[in-house]
Design a protein around this ligand. Sequence first.
Ligand SMILES: *[C@@H]1O[C@H](CO)[C@@H](O)[C@H](O)[C@H]1NC(C)=O
Ligand SMILES: *[C@@H]1O[C@H](CO)[C@@H](O)[C@H](O)[C@H]1NC(C)=O
Ligand SMILES: *[C@@H]1O[C@H](CO)[C@@H](O)[C@H](O)[C@H]1NC(C)=O
Length: 534
Amino acid sequence: LLAALAALLLPTRPVSLPSLVQAGPITHWPAFCPPQPTTKLFIDGKFVESKTTEWIDIHNPATNEVVARVPKATPSEMEAAVASCKKAFWNWSETSVLSRQQIFLRYQQLIKDNLKEISKLITFEQGKTLADAEGDVFRGLQVVEHACSVTSLILGETMPSITKDMDTYTYRLPLGVCAGIAPFNFPAMIPLWMFPMAMVCGNTFLMKPSERVPGALMFLAKLFQDAGAPDGTLNIIHGQHEAVNFICDHPDIRAISFVGSNQAGEYIYERGSRNGKRVQANMGAKNHGVVMPDANKENTLNQLVGAAFGAAGQRCMALSTAILVGEAQKWLPELVERAKNLRVNAGDQPGADLGPLISPQAKERVCHLIETGVKEGASLLLDGRNIKVKGYENGNFVGPTILANVKPNMTCYKEEIFGPVLVVLEADTLDDAIKMVNNNPYGNGTAIFTTNGATARKYSHLVDVGQVGVNVPIPVPLPMFSFTGSRASFRGDTNFYGKQGVQFYTQLKTIISQWKEEDATVTKPAVVMPTMGN
Ligand SMILES: *[C@@H]1O[C@H](CO)[C@@H](O)[C@H](O)[C@H]1NC(C)=O
Ligand SMILES: *[C@@H]1O[C@H](CO)[C@@H](O)[C@H](O)[C@H]1NC(C)=O
Ligand SMILES: *[C@@H]1O[C@H](CO)[C@@H](O)[C@H](O)[C@H]1NC(C)=O
């Protein structure tokens, strides 16, 4: 059972989903998203061409060819999108929760039916391998499935007879128009963390996908419409800073969900909160894997390599830092051997283990951080900077890279690299390792590899990180739990999906009612403040 559960966590190896995907040829590319020349806006139930004069090129990261363009929506288009959300809100929030649930039941089936096609689109725009792209859609799909259990998630509370003939009860009600700002690394999963939970609770939603990878969301929006979502309940705008500021400032937007870099997250949290909105922001990370000498070596090395280099390290939950404790330090040469064996190729090529980085700038930044490691005294045991991928010479490829003898004051340790680079530190004891992890500002995820239950228990208990894996390298919880990054990895007070997701997207209304037993008998008016005692 544990193995089955672990397989559902972000795959370090391709997940195969044969039972979920209906066989059949890829029928067509939708007309409203790449690789069509222009990406549309989705406003009031229609895929419309923007009237903007400013366009951003979308590149295939494996070739750097321009494959499509995405508009910077104009102020009036963005206004129209919010107005559409606002207009649709009343009807949608008054639609029975069972009807909303039905739409999401149809939606999850449509996502399953189209999973392969959405995945192709992700690989095309984002670069990750097809298997990883399927994992991307699949992990988002699980949130949609969870949204279908809204009927038990959205229950209020009741206290009968708080005093004679008086009851108190609460409703969980939607907020209104909510908005989501998504990053480039999970084009399907992260938007699906956002609008389904918000909308099943009765909110309407404005999405801004990453301008680098808008295709998957456009496809998902079409399927959502096909599932029966009324016009205007979901709107999509594209753009960069102006669109972000627009969302942070618009008085009709009540809540913002954000996933992405620290700099953007802090900014959105500040600006959105200052404008009185609820904001939840999941941000950067530096996830440590602590390797104890009593760990299952075979398993641990495979897990480390998969979690460090999978998705070319462009996961905020990538296990980018290893701490080898005591005798486990001797495993380093074998770790390097395994990393060498990974195949770097365009994401749609068979057998590819990791694809390119998202952009030439991303590659440059990663190479620069590797260089700082070398300059500051780390040992470069494996260098992926000069990798050549046959047939894809212009792609943004970096091969698996390992920096060892890394010290906590080095730049490559302090900054999130977001590339296929594993930095390796050493510790004499478990206590030293815990101290190191707790001194790092980020608190997204961590893992410990050990066969000793007491060691695992002690680590899980003392480490100050939101999500802990015990022999599980990427501990991303399933949607009945919440995604619980902490410290510098999170701003806000309620997390994504799970019970906390419902709390984030709803507000409580408390009703105190008195129905006197004497029925409609008229009594004297009560002039004093009710105390509710007996
Ligand atoms: C709300 O629903 C009613 C009944 O289905 C419909 O007639 C009306 O046009 C809807 N209003 C909006 C703004 O969608
Ligand atoms: C942690 O990792 C996830 C998954 O990659 C990412 O979306 C998120 O922004 C990161 N930060 C937090 C606090 O969750
Ligand atoms: C890190 O600290 C060590 C020991 O205090 C020092 O020698 C080294 O120069 C420092 N390195 C950096 C990059 O600050």
